[in-house]
Design a protein around this ligand. Structure first.
Ligand code: SF4
Ligand code: SF4
Length: 230
């Protein structure tokens, strides 16, 4: 992910880079599962975000903060100033970045949190420690290639037998994310709180280390030569 130079070489950069690798792996594994399985979220669904706000680790909040400061700077600034306008009419009920009117719904999609990347296309582990997967209750099960009329909990062997693939396991990605900052592994905050802290932290670094010029900032005018005294 592209980030401001002011975090280069800092612990924040380590966390953001570490999470970037985890997000990349999730995407890769999910792409394989999506290709193999007949289950796909319906276009424009987003029901999992309606009454939900993620509790996030510091690393997830920093990742989103870095992404917003690069791609949605005025929204990020409004967020810490308390002037952010959520696109949803009921901001107390769920994630502030959910836009019910937008067909894609998530307005910070590329910077979204870990759990947001896991909805729908990840499984868990049963008591035997083996991967298993159950379709989300909003996922259509009458898809081509799937004759089930039930909504079963598929066990590992059945997943391999039917689809020849396994979805990624949620706990595996979560453990990797926790291992990025073991000292604060148990510290999670609602996204709206964690994000304010994360954006402020990066803004403070900007102030200490000096922000690099914005990509579209015009170069300053050359200094005019002093007029010669006559
Ligand atoms: S960040 Fe995006 S995907 Fe995650 S809960 Fe909010 S709207 Fe949904
Ligand atoms: S995971 Fe379920 S609720 Fe979320 S978009 Fe997919 S089908 Fe809809």
């Amino acid at each position: 992910m592209q980030a401001s130079e002011c975090i280069q070489g800092t612990h924040i950069q380590e966390l953001v880079d570490g999470l970037d690798r985890i997000y990349f792996d999730i995407e890769t594994e999910q792409a394989q599962w999506k290709q193999a399985s007949p289950f796909h979220c319906p276009d424009g669904c987003g029901t999992c975000c309606v009454d939900f706000e993620p509790d996030v680790l510091e690393s997830e909040a920093l990742y989103l903060a870095v992404w917003m400061l690069h791609h949605q700077k005025s929204r990020a600034e409004a967020f810490v100033q308390g002037t952010f306008q959520s696109p949803r009419p009921d901001p107390e009920k769920g994630c502030l970045f959910f836009d019910p009117a937008d067909p894609y719904h998530c307005t910070v999609y590329e910077g979204r949190c870990l759990i947001c990347r896991l909805f729908g296309y990840t499984g868990d582990r049963g008591k035997d420690g083996r991967p298993r997967w159950k379709p989300c209750k909003y996922l259509p099960i009458h898809s081509p290639g799937c004759s089930d009329t039930r909504r079963p909990q598929y066990r590992e062997a059945e997943l391999i037998d039917r689809f020849g693939a396994l979805p990624p396991v949620m706990a595996d990605s979560t453990s990797r994310a926790l291992s990025l900052s073991p000292d604060s592994a148990n510290l999670r905050r609602p996204l709206r709180e964690a994000l304010v802290i994360a954006i402020r932290k990066i803004q403070l670094l900007h102030r200490f280390l000096g922000a690099p010029p914005e990509p579209d900032t015009p170069a300053p005018n050359p200094v005019s030569p002093m007029p010669h005294a006559s």
